[in-house]
Write a protein that binds this ligand. Sequence first.
Ligand SMILES: [Zn+2]
Length: 101
Amino acid sequence: MKLKKGDNIIMLSGKDKGKTGTVSAVLPNLNKMVIGGLNLIKKNVRARKQGQKSQIISKERPVSISSVALMCKSCGKPTRVGFSIAEKSKIRICKKCGAEV
Ligand SMILES: [Zn+2]
């Protein structure tokens, strides 16, 4: 997984295309991630007991990793992530400006 929790991303497809958000959970098995406040689905919750009201709640639906791009903090552009092996530890770099992300 090239992205991790807390990364700032931009949506590349879907109804939230162009919007930015923060990764709130990563689902590596599914190649998907949950972006806080984006790709919401409305869910109808029916009242089960008397006195309860049915309500519509919004829930984030996981998005495919291929439909998001990382926002580079240093050049402020959506970018692909590259890896650079420095001193045995992998660091992620912006392919546009070369800064560590
Ligand atoms: Zn950059």
